[in-house]
Design a binder for this molecule. Structure first.
Ligand SMILES: Nc1ncnc2c1ncn2[C@@H]1O[C@H](COP(=O)(O)OP(=O)(O)OP(=O)(O)O)[C@@H](O)[C@H]1O
Ligand SMILES: [Mg+2]
Length: 412
């Protein structure tokens, strides 16, 4: 096929632009890696009162346990004030000593894979996901094993959970078949190691990388070659290559996505057991959301025809809601009258504490109240708000775990 002169000129222009872009990207990647190295984070420590609250006992019980020497084998440090400063790992170990069992899914309960997606950029997908994950992990003693998969090549959610590896294996690497196994290594162990430990002991993250964008290009090529689905299974890559090999290691996997209905998103849908759709209550965003929902049905049809089992729940989550703003309140009313019980009861409110913590890639649960850039009141309010959202999400999740349902019925 011949290319005409104008197309050739356009192609040359794009090649030159690509070179500049590559240099600029390289710079960004270096910057990002530098950020990873310097920001080996530690989760805040907990006071004795906070540890007792998490463990469901009172201060005096903990003191007595210390006096009896029950925790002597644990490496619990004291802060500058001479009081115990418990890490979350310490608290988990104390729970073991005290006979408090983890309260997560049992054999036979389905791994929950929750995808957060919207076509609307900046509607709060990443902010909501990282804060919900941190709340699920740090505000109870259930010890959920949480995985975060960052399907957005811009790596926004990965940035909240930095780790020391300068060249991590990314989700795209695993999906794109571009890794050779070392001798004696299994695919399962490779995938498992690719989920990196983070500063929160029961959250592991599978990061993204800029090269993950190539998954789109490669899938488009596969589709053009028209090989027949069974040969390529290009919408099953995330499920079959990444999630199935490690499904026994997690209770809940949260998947962050780019604001796009790209092939990565088809994969997320195929792997999903549930869907969270953030809605930012501004008129233009709500209209865009409705257009997105029309497309989502068509895309889901493709995935369903290839064997998806259906969702356990699909919920709308109002995000970044400015309380007292009349036009936002009217839009939330419209959202609720349109989608009824599919809208989460609590919105995630706009919060100065979330803005402040996000600007330094922290969730609002990472830092002590005294270390937060926001006011104490604002941080506590935001934490309470996210906990309310997480309580409802937990109910939706646990409704699918038969082993925990009876407990729920008892406490309801
Ligand atoms: N509840 C909130 N309170 C304050 N700021 C918020 C809140 N939710 C989101 N934001 C801010 O809004 C901006 C966009 O949020 P975020 O990056 O989470 O959106 P996103 O949907 O993941 O964007 P993208 O589509 O680019 O991935 C960020 O600056 C974030 O700090
Ligand atoms: Mg994002």
């Amino acid at each position: 096929m011949s290319i005409n002169n104008k197309a050739l000129a356009t192609y040359r222009l794009l090649k030159a632009t690509a070179e500049v872009a590559e240099q600029s990207l390289e710079g960004r990647i270096q910057h990002y890696r530098a950020h990873l190295k310097t920001e080996e984070k530690e989760l805040r420590t907990f006071t004795q009162k906070a540890a007792a609250d998490l463990l469901g006992c009172n201060n005096r019980t903990l003191k007595r346990r210390h006096d009896q020497g029950d925790f002597d084998a644990l490496d619990i440090k004291k802060g500058a004030n001479g009081h115990y400063a418990y890490t979350l790992s310490n608290i988990y170990e104390m729970a073991e000593v005290m006979g408090i069992k983890p309260d997560h899914r049992q054999k036979g309960d389905k791994l929950q894979v929750i995808v957060i997606n919207s076509l609307k950029g900046g509607c709060g997908k990443t902010t909501s996901l990282v804060n919900v994950a941190a709340a699920l992990a740090t505000t109870n003693i259930k010890r959920y094993r949480i995985g975060i998969i960052d399907l957005d090549p811009q790596g926004s959610s990965s940035s909240f959970f930095p780790f020391a590896d300068p060249e991590p294996i990314t989700v795209g690497d695993l999906m794109r078949d571009c890794i050779d196994l070392d001798e004696g290594e299994t695919w399962k162990s490779l995938v498992s190691q690719s989920f990196k430990e983070t500063h929160i002991p029961n959250i592991r993250v599978l990061p993204s990388g800029m090269d993950d964008f190539y998954f789109e290009h490669e899938t488009a090529t596969i589709l053009r070659e028209n090989k027949g689905y069974e040969q390529t299974r290009h919408y099953h890559k995330l499920l079959e290559k990444v999630i199935q090999p490690i499904e026994d290691e997690f209770d809940i996997i949260l998947i962050d996505t780019a604001p796009s209905l790209n092939f990565m998103f088809y994969n997320a849908l195929m792997a999903s057991t549930a869907m969270l759709i953030p809605v930012h209550p501004e008129a233009v965003d709500f209209d865009a959301n409705n257009k997105y929902l029309k497309r989502l049905g068509e895309i889901y049809h493709t995935v369903a025809a290839l064997g998806h089992h259906g969702w356990d729940f699909m919920q709308f989550l109002v995000t970044n809601y400015v309380k007292g703003n009349h036009s936002q309140r009217d839009i939330v009313k419209d959202v609720r009258s349109a989608f009824g019980r599919q809208v989460m009861s609590y919105p995630i409110n706009h919060s100065a504490a979330i803005t402040a913590s996000s600007s330094s890639f922290n969730t609002i649960f990472d830092q002590k109240v005294s270390d937060s850039l926001a006011s104490r009141e604002s941080l506590i309010k935001a934490q309470e708000n996210i906990k309310d959202v997480v309580d409802e999400l937990e109910m939706l999740i646990r409704a699918n775990w038969t082993s925990t349902q009876s407990q729920f019925e008892e406490t309801a």
